[in-house]
Design a protein around this ligand. Sequence first.
Ligand SMILES: [Ca+2]
Ligand SMILES: [Ca+2]
Ligand SMILES: [Ca+2]
Length: 480
Amino acid sequence: NGTSQTVEMDLGSGWEGYQLNGTIKNLYEKRNWVNGTFHGGTDDGSGSSGDNDSQYVSNWTFKSYETGGGANSFSGNYFDGIGDPVTGEDYLELRIDKEGGSNDAYDKYDKCWWETIFTLPRGRVIEGEINLAVYPETQYNLVGGTGEFGTHFSIQVILNDQVIDDKNLNWLEDQGQNGWYPLKLQLTNWLDDPNVFPTGVKIMNLTIQLIRNGPSFEYAQYGDYQQVFIDNVSLSVKAQVNATQIGLQMNEQSVSDIDWGNGTVGQVNTWITTPVEVKFNSTEVRPFEMGGYEVDFTTDLNLFARKMSDDSDYLPNFNGTSFEVRNDSSVAWQSYARVSVPTGYEETNMTIEFPEDLNITWVSNAEYPDTNILKYIDNSTLGILKISNFSETPDGFWWVKGISPNYCSDLIIYNNATGPWVLNNTFLSGDYINITAKITNSPLISGYIQQTSAKLHIRFPNGTIWTGQTQFQSPDSNGL
Ligand SMILES: [Ca+2]
Ligand SMILES: [Ca+2]
Ligand SMILES: [Ca+2]
């Protein structure tokens, strides 16, 4: 009741959890189903033979069965313990009186019992235990009579018509006369008996019975009556339960039922710090007198996370992304990116985004850097590569290559060696150079066209750069 348990999951630095799924399995719950303390208020003030005090005891009913010739008398008194001369406690009575006459006559199968009937809305039962205390009242009357005759009466514990335990009164007396004796009955041998625990929701009948089960004959030593008190009866059961029956929650999210002992739960949230805490608790609160309950289960937890930081750890001395372009050529790009999956996670979906005009021609991972795996990748959406389940351990450097259009066209070079600007690509010391180019007015780049910068490198014949110049230019709407 009211307790919880928390487990922790690690989350990699720079990763953000966005969905937490829990699968609940082997969900078992253990509780007592029987209120048998008989702490139910005042009795009728009379402990007379022949009383049936069922009306004073909630959920319990006294019944009897008379057989044979002369009529025996049966009594089921409830004693509230107030001023009780025997124990000072509250309890129930089981009593059989002899037939009238000179001998102490009882018939085989004369019996009386208290029973309680309740619903057990649980699945498969894997543990069960009945507890009760019995008190053979021998202060005025040795129950069962002496010696072997004492074995002719029994206290029986019966669950759904199956006798779970049978203790004859002689045995009980040997445990101590005029005292409470505890009985603890394991139901191990009955768990798979469909008569005791049928499948699905179970209607249960727990009966505590005093019975004459020895031979039927008269003998003066049996005594005038047989009297046993019972108290503190409980039936504790560990069984499959539906998550909703106990209000099972994960991080305040209710677990949904699948079937007995199985459930599922999901939570959408944002987790950015590690460890991620996952708390389980149950919300059902039982009445105090029924005690608490214990919950057992196993769970598979899946935290789905995505990498949010764009920091990358490139290969040493390698530009993360580079491109190569020549006059009248397209632009050839290549990019290295490092993939690192946090411990305990696997990469199930990796998305690489890039400009929509880039036609990807090559993807390789760290494991097989010389193998183009593009054909295994969904590139049906412009600007997006969707990589699914390619490897559980994609850690390392991925290499992506692609081609994009060259948006710089109509590159024209002039000089003014003869006065006016004329087309020329030969230059001498002292010449002025005029270079014009057109930026293609593509919808893809029209939004950025005002951010164009022009870079001019003048190289020596061996390719090394002699001088460079970078100018920020603002082309007009035609890209000029
Ligand atoms: Ca009474
Ligand atoms: Ca009888
Ligand atoms: Ca009691």
